[in-house]
Design a protein around this ligand. Structure first.
Ligand code: AMP
Ligand code: ZN
Length: 492
């Protein structure tokens, strides 16, 4: 079955296929590792994971490249403030990002590419742009792309660029303005800033050139699909096209996929709005990794999704229903034979599921027939009408559902454990939901830290918090004893 996917460039739903008849070559813009990602960022990575997994289900091999932006203005500023090299500043955030992907069961791309490890490729590309008359250097040593050199500018975002002023420049990487400007390819180092000493001067790359250089390095001058969040369409992706096609004179990517935003109360979830949750925030509140995954993938990528806690609870319940049903099938004793009505129901569910996914990754429509099947099969089990061959057929449907959705297989304990361990180190124990502090999940170190926090609270005469900690621990069977040689705790 072919996969049909909306293509921002053509403005219509097109078949997605591998140009070389072998593997589908795709590039997805990755994170800027200056902080922890929020779940809006992860919605985008999750929807790209849905694409990857659907391609696998349809037996289309993939070569997927994702960049890690490990140098930019914020990183340089924050590392300088911390008095450490940028690589030391970004390493823990890159690590956290990869761990968060694992928590959400987002499959790793075949190739991760750090910007700082590809500077020579970027310099080369800028030199080629200069040779083609599409790049110029300013007096202070920065390089800019000359928009006037690329008449096709705007073809992706369909922006009307009339009134564009030749030579007007912008050197921030993200800008909202409709009017396009010559944009920075290379930023000359200001005093005290991190720089690379290169043939085009001392400085560092702009964000846009990173993606052009790394995409072409791993996927060639022309490849199949380029993906990212909707905010990247303009100017980031438009600029990538301009830079790449001005040098190659070939279409950069044929197909463009843009994942729409995760919203909070109708506004984009973002760091700057301050309306964000990180994955760790939600795990510490007691939500399971699988529920967060399901909530973020159940609304198709073409629609914006409003984040709510009710949505997480709905996802939690849906997963519970699926897992209970799965257990019922695996552990039940069924009579030999097959029930034609259930065989038909299983086939219909599988067909409906695949059809919805191949139709522009419609995850909402893909879910529905699976839940219909669960309902029908549960009723049949109650009436002893589900037979061995039906169980096998339905298990096969669930396996193909989980090949993409990946929520039935329960591996929720580990991410929660990791988040608690992290909270302990990061001093975030106060944010941990009481029900998580159960005897099973509570390590000795966690209890020590809570007891220490209580002692400090008492010292600061914050008796409400001190009592709250004592009560929460008591609920989990841990008693605190204040004795003359200090505070002790024990498990009841
Ligand atoms: P960043 O780390 O800011 O470069 O963003 C990483 C990815 O997350 C990009 O593809 C963004 O388009 C995407 N993104 C940022 N905010 C949101 C949001 N609220 N909803 C969905 N995707 C987002
Ligand atoms: Zn990019």
């Amino acid at each position: 079955m072919p996969l049909r996917l909306f293509n921002t460039l053509s403005g219509q739903v097109d078949e997605l296929f591998a140009m070389d008849g072998k593997a589908l070559r795709m590039y997805a813009c990755g994170p800027t590792v200056y902080d922890y990602g929020h779940i809006g960022n992860f919605r985008t990575f999750l929807q790209i994971d849905i694409l990857r997994r659907t391609l696998a289900l349809l037996s289309i091999p993939v070569r997927h490249v994702m960049n890690i932006t490990d140098v930019d203005d914020k990183i340089i500023r924050n590392a300088a403030a911390a008095g450490i090299p940028i690589a030391q500043y970004t390493a823990p955030f890159e690590q956290a990002f990869l761990e968060d992907l694992e928590t959400l069961k987002v499959q790793r791309p075949e190739q991760l590419a750090r910007a700082t490890e590809h500077i020579p490729r970027m310099v080369e590309l800028i030199q080629k742009l200069a040779a083609a008359g599409a790049a110029y250097q300013t007096e202070e040593g920065s390089w800019y792309f000359r928009l006037a050199a690329f008449p096709d500018y705007g073809k992706l975002s369909k922006k009307d660029l009339s009134g564009m002023e030749d030579g007007a420049r912008v050197d921030v990487d993200e800008y909202e303005k409709d009017s396009a400007r010559d944009f920075a390819l290379w930023k000359a180092a200001k005093p005290g800033e991190t720089f690379w000493d290169t043939a085009i001067g001392r400085g560092r790359p702009g964000w846009h050139i990173e993606c052009s250089a790394m995409a072409m390095e791993y996927l060639g001058e022309s490849f199949d699909l380029h993906a990212g969040g909707e905010d990247l369409m303009f100017p980031h992706h438009e600029n990538e096209i301009a830079q790449s096609e001005s040098v190659t004179h070939k279409p950069f990517a044929r197909h463009w996929m843009h994942v729409r935003f995760l919203l909070v109360d109708g506004r984009k979830m973002s760091k700057s709005e301050g309306n964000f949750f990180t994955l760790r925030d939600l795990l510490l509140k007691g939500y399971k990794a699988s529920a967060i995954r399901l909530a973020l993938i159940s609304v198709p990528y073409r629609h914006q999704l409003n984040f709510t806690f009710d949505g997480l609870i709905e996802a939690t319940n849906a997963i519970e229903r699926l897992r209970t049903f799965h257990q019922r099938l695996v552990n039940g004793n069924f009579a030999a034979g097959s029930n034609p009505a259930l065989q038909d129901a299983a086939k219909a569910a599988q067909t409906g599921y695949l059809a919805a996914l191949s139709n522009d990754l419609n995850t909402a429509e893909a879910r529905a027939p699976i839940f219909d099947l669960v309902r029908a099969a549960n009723t049949a089990i109650d009436q002893q009408q589900l037979l061995v061959a039906d169980r096998d057929a339905i298990l096969a449907v669930l396996a193909s559902f989980d090949a993409v959705f990946d929520v039935i297989q329960d591996s929720d304990a580990e991410p929660t454990r990791r988040a608690l361990e992290w909270a302990e180190k990061a001093g975030r124990l106060a944010d941990v939901a009481p029900e998580l502090l159960s005897r099973e999940s509570l390590t000795g170190e966690t209890i020590d830290a809570l007891v220490a926090e209580r002692t400090l609270a008492k010292k600061q005469r914050n008796f409400a918090r001190a009592d709250q900690i004592r009560n929460e621990l008591a609920e989990k069977g841990i008693v605190i004893e204040d004795s003359k040689d200090g505070v002790r705790w024990k498990r009841k």
